[in-house]
Design a protein around this ligand. Structure first.
Ligand code: 13P
Length: 252
């Protein structure tokens, strides 16, 4: 059985104090309410990682970063390395989010380097893919998402690929309140799984966790997570409220 995961991507939200409050509320609610063994990951901004890691210690909640640099260390002012992330207790790192692709020009090739260095340092990449509305309207969305996976991930060995979590986030659904229908989500997730199968075989494809992201909320998470190829969610806006985030976690 592949792992089910709900990860919260706080993006550039929450001051230090607010972040600690949110993380401790999540940890307490999870302790009291969550019976499933689903993976739960909080991805706060860099400056909150260390303190949040202390708060989640000994709980079911794991820690992730929202980005990393592609090089191990050096003269890269303002950047954060994977080794630094590991040193504050991060186990996951979100890579290739559409906001980073758009605002920071991150290409599939560049993301492949980030995937490599994350895996070399024992961090689990949550690799994001997804199409724009115009790509969907032109009918090229399936091929576009497949090419994102091919170009950033398909150089990996089977054992490394098995460590990657994939998040399908249609750009038109991010922060818009427009969620993909269950049919749209399931179609793309099945295509992604099939594409993985064509490269790594059925066993690997079957073991790969594929999350959905894009206006996932407590009131639609249950039906999305019930799709056979949807293994959880990468949550933006709704992860900023502990009650909503934990309700989503409880939607399996
Ligand atoms: O981008 C997302 C998570 O990475 C999704 O954001 P929203 O849940 O706010 O649409």
């Amino acid at each position: 059985m592949r792992k089910k995961i709900v990860a919260g991507n706080w993006k550039m939200n929450k001051t230090f104090e607010e972040g600690l409050k949110l993380a401790s509320e999540v940890v307490n609610m999870v302790k009291d309410e969550v019976k499933s063994d689903a993976g739960i990951v909080l991805c706060p901004p860099f400056i909150e990682l260390h303190a949040v890691s202390k708060l989640v210690e000994g709980s079911k909640v794991a820690l992730g970063a929202q980005n990393c640099h592609s090089k191990a260390s050096g003269a890269f002012t303002g950047e954060v390395s994977v080794e630094m992330l590991k040193s504050v207790g991060a186990g996951y790192v979100i890579l290739g989010h559409s906001e980073r692709r758009e605002y920071f020009n991150e290409s599939n090739q560049f993301l492949a380097e980030k995937v490599n260095i994350s895996l070399q340092n024992g961090l689990t990449p949550i690799f994001c893919c997804g199409e724009t509305l115009s790509q969907r309207e032109k009918g090229i969305h399936l091929d576009f998402v497949k090419s994102q996976l091919t170009e950033s991930l398909f150089h990996l060995s089977e054992s490394d690929f098995l460590k990657v979590v994939i998040a399908y986030e249609p750009i038109w659904a991010i922060g818009t309140g427009v969620t993909a229908t269950t049919a749209q989500a399931q179609e793309m997730h099945a295509i992604i799984r099939d594409h993985i199968k064509s490269k790594y075989g059925a066993k690997v494809a079957d073991a790969t966790t594929i999350l959905y992201g894009g206006s996932c909320k407590p009131d639609n998470a249950k039906e999305l997570f019930a799709c056979p190829d949807v293994d959880g969610g990468l949550i933006g806006g709704a992860s900023l409220k502990a009650r909503d985030f934990v309700d989503i976690v409880k939607s399996f």
